[in-house]
Design a protein around this ligand. Structure first.
Ligand SMILES: Cc1cc2nc3c(=O)[nH]c(=O)nc-3n(C[C@H](O)[C@H](O)[C@H](O)COP(=O)(O)OP(=O)(O)OC[C@H]3O[C@@H](n4cnc5c(N)ncnc54)[C@H](O)[C@@H]3O)c2cc1C
Length: 330
């Protein structure tokens, strides 16, 4: 098997999982447009507070993902989180929410898992790959959006969310029509910090019949600084989609009002810090029947959560299965 020069676009869990698999025998470079790794498993630092403002937690059902997590649990990169969970609805009595299967978080923050995976990899951060045009005989000549040349690669594999892949990959990509069928939905995420302890006897609240979907006491997760009181609040996908292009401060005001009403507590007035992030592509509403996309003729591929379903485990599985298939093509 000849050593291949491979470019992976995206340093989220899918890109980094695949890079690990392929780098044993090939020369792999991971390109990431953000400053750091993590993608939708990232953590927002707002000194002195940390907010896991993407994935809240993750579950593990497939034996391959469980096997991947086992050493990480031993090393303390990942921990089981057993929060006190409730269901909340305005004007209704809250009730305890069962937490049937283990839920995991990276420690001490959600992006720690991707940071750990990126150790030893060739990573080019702050590098947004420009749309690919045509493969030459030598391979794919990559450029960033500033016009800098980044080298020629035998294979290019994108892990960008499907709607971004439509801009990035050429229309000649064999799975381009399938890529178009993936539908992703957005999310607004509120982040709040408080000077005084919050008077709630729960760590996670699932909210019903509201623009809010989840309220998380972020500092209740394992190995977080318990003294730094933080809430992370996610909107529902439906509400986010209905307001996806609206002004973020206006949306923050609506969500804060709802938060105060649902909790019966003046969060907006007592928080010492409030900020909001809009995710355009948080979850997958319609996924692809395929688990990854692979165009062996053009030596172009794509994987990520959009193919199996919007979860951390799905992104890991899509990358793992693509990596196994690629070994057969090299
Ligand atoms: C608000 C929210 C809540 C969530 N809650 C949960 C949950 O509770 N449990 C769960 O399991 N999952 C949850 N998820 C989903 C989970 O985070 C994702 O399924 C998973 O992280 C996707 O990983 P990925 O590697 O496929 O994609 P990503 O993490 O999106 O990685 C893709 C990377 O590609 C980069 N990129 C894109 N275009 C370019 C380009 N042109 N050049 C260079 N880099 C590029 C992006 O910056 C990004 O870092 C949540 C997600 C969000 C946003």
């Amino acid at each position: 098997m000849r050593n291949k020069k491979i470019a992976i676009i995206g340093a989220g869990i899918a890109g980094l999982t695949l890079a690990h698999q392929l780098q044993q025998r090939h020369t792999v470079t991971v390109f990431e447009k953000a400053r750091g790794v993590g993608g939708r498993m990232s953590t927002r630092l707002q000194e002195p507070y940390l907010f896991d403002h993407g994935a809240l937690f993750f579950t593990a059902r497939h034996k391959k993902f469980k096997a991947f997590l086992a050493p990480l649990l031993e090393q303390g990169v990942v921990a089981v989180w057993q929060p006190r969970a409730i269901t909340l609805e305005q004007n209704k009595k809250p009730y305890k929410r069962p937490w049937f299967e283990p839920h995991y978080v990276a420690t001490p923050q959600m992006n720690s898992l991707c940071k750990h995976l990126s150790n030893g990899l060739a990573l080019e951060a702050n590098t947004q790959i420009a749309p690919l045009t045509q493969r030459t005989e030598q391979g794919w000549a990559l450029e960033d959006t500033q016009g800098n040349t980044l080298g020629v690669f035998d294979w290019v594999i994108s892990t960008a969310p499907a709607p971004q892949n439509l801009q990035l990959l050429p229309q000649t990509f064999s799975d381009y029509p399938a890529l178009k069928t993936i539908v992703m939905t957005g999310c607004y995420t509120l982040m709040l910090a408080f000077a005084d302890p919050l008077p709630f006897s729960w760590d996670v609240a699932k909210v019903k019949n509201s623009p809010l979907q989840w309220i998380i006491k972020n500092n209740s997760k394992p190995l977080r600084d318990k003294a730094l009181q933080t809430l992370v609040v996610h909107s529902t996908a439906d509400w986010a989609e209905a307001h996806i292009d609206e002004d973020i401060p206006a949306m923050q005001a609506v969500l804060l009002k709802e938060l105060d009403a649902v909790l019966g507590y003046p969060c907006a007035a007592t928080a010492t810090m409030i900020t909001t992030h809009r995710w355009r592509y948080a979850d997958v509403a319609v996924r692809s029947p395929k688990k990854f996309f692979l165009d062996a003729t053009q030596q172009l591929a794509s994987c990520g959560d959009g193919l199996i379903g919007g979860r951390v485990e799905a992104a890991f599985m899509s990358a793992t299965l693509l990596g196994e298939e690629l070994q057969r093509h090299f």
